[in-house]
Design a protein around this ligand. Structure first.
Ligand code: 3PY
Ligand code: MG
Length: 274
C-alpha cells in the first residue's frame, strides 16, 4: 500500500548523478528550521544539506529537516562537524543519505572518512539501523555500500597539494571545495579570476578529473553555479537558506522609498505570500 510520503530510494539520486557526470545542485540549511527546509525542498534542488559543522542545529531538529527535505523530493544530506566516527554514525543513523566531511587533508584522513561511513568488514560503522531504513528500496545495509554520498572537503593548502591522492581513495563519491577556509589557509588577500585562490580551485578540478571523481564547490550565486557547471564541477552548493533569505529581504527593504516620493504602482498586484 502506498501513501503520501512513501517514496522509496532504489538508489541515491545524488550519487547516481555524480557517477554519470551530471551536476547535483543543492543548498545549505543553516537556519536550523524544518519549516525553512520544507519551503526550500519543493524548489527543485537535488539535495539539501543540514550544516551541523557551522550552525547550532540540534539532533532532533536535524532529523525534522531531513523529513521535510525528503517530503519535498530532495535528498537529505548533512555536513558533520568533523571526521569523527561518532558524529558520522549518529548522523547517518538519523537518516542522512550522504555526508560532507570537512577538513580532509591527506589520503589517510580520506580513508578514515570512508571507513567511518561503512559497515564491517569495510569500515568502523556499527550496525543499529537507520531512521531512513523504511524509505530504502531493499536492504539498508547493502544499499549503503554503493549509495551513500561520501564527499570530502578540500579546504586547505595541504589538501590542494594532495588532492589527487585524496581523491583516489576508494569509496569517495566526490570532493567539495570550501572557498572560505581555503582562503584562510592560503592567507589569500583576494579571491576570484586570476588569483592564486582561483588557481587552487582549478587545480582541485584538474585532480578530480584526472582520477575520475566528481569535484564540487560552495558557490555564492546561481551565476557562479552555472559557471562552475560549465567548467566541469558537479557537486555544487548555492549559498544557504540563511544567506538567501537575508539577500532577498535586504533587496526588498532597500527598495522601500521612505521619503514618500517613490513608486506609484506595485508590480505584485498586492500579493504578499507569492
Ligand atoms: C568554506 O568555505 O570553508 C566552507 O566550509 C564552505 O562550506
Ligand atoms: Mg570550511
Amino acid at each position: 500500500m502506498g501513501g503520501i510520503g512513501i517514496n522509496k530510494f532504489a538508489t541515491n539520486p545524488v550519487t547516481d548523478k555524480l557517477r554519470s557526470g551530471q551536476p547535483a545542485v543543492g543548498c545549505w540549511l543553516s537556519l536550523c528550521s524544518p519549516a525553512a527546509a520544507e519551503s526550500m525542498a519543493h524548489i527543485g534542488w537535488d539535495w539539501l544539506l543540514v550544516d551541523v559543522e557551522h550552525s547550532p542545529v540540534g539532533f532532533d531538529t536535524m532529523v525534522n529537516c531531513f523529513r521535510a527535505t525528503q517530503l519535498g523530493g530532495a535528498v537529505p544530506l548533512a555536513r558533520v562537524p568533523w571526521n569523527d566516527t561518532i558524529w558520522i554514525q549518529r548522523t547517518l543513523d538519523a537518516g542522512a543519505l550522504g555526508l560532507v566531511v570537512p577538513m580532509i587533508n591527506s589520503p589517510e584522513e580520506a580513508k578514515r572518512a570512508v571507513s567511518n561511513m561503512k559497515y564491517a568488514t569495510k569500515g568502523l560503522r556499527s550496525w543499529g539501523g537507520s531512521r531512513v531504513t523504511p524509505y530504502i528500496d531493499g536492504d539498508y545495509r547493502t544499499w549503503t555500500e554503493d549509495n551513500l554520498a561520501i564527499i570530502v572537503m578540500i579546504e586547505t593548502v595541504r589538501a590542494v597539494e594532495q588532492a589527487e591522492a585524496i581523491l583516489s581513495v576508494d569509496g569517495i563519491s566526490g570532493c567539495f571545495i570550501g572557498p572560505a577556509d581555503l582562503a584562510l589557509s592560503m592567507e589569500a588577500k583576494e579571491i576570484g579570476p586570476g588569483t592564486e585562490h582561483e588557481a587552487a580551485i582549478q587545480e582541485v578540478l584538474r585532480a578530480a578529473k584526472a582520477v575520475g571523481t566528481a569535484a564540487g564547490k560552495h558557490c555564492g550565486s546561481g551565476a557562479e553555479v552555472s559557471m562552475r557547471i560549465a567548467q566541469g564541477f558537479q557537486f555544487l552548493a548555492l549559498s544557504s537558506d540563511a544567506a538567501l533569505m537575508g539577500k532577498a529581504a535586504r533587496a526588498e527593504f532597500n527598495a522601500v522609498d521612505f521619503t514618500g516620493g517613490g513608486a506609484t504602482s506595485d508590480t505584485t498586484g498586492g500579493k504578499i505570500y507569492g
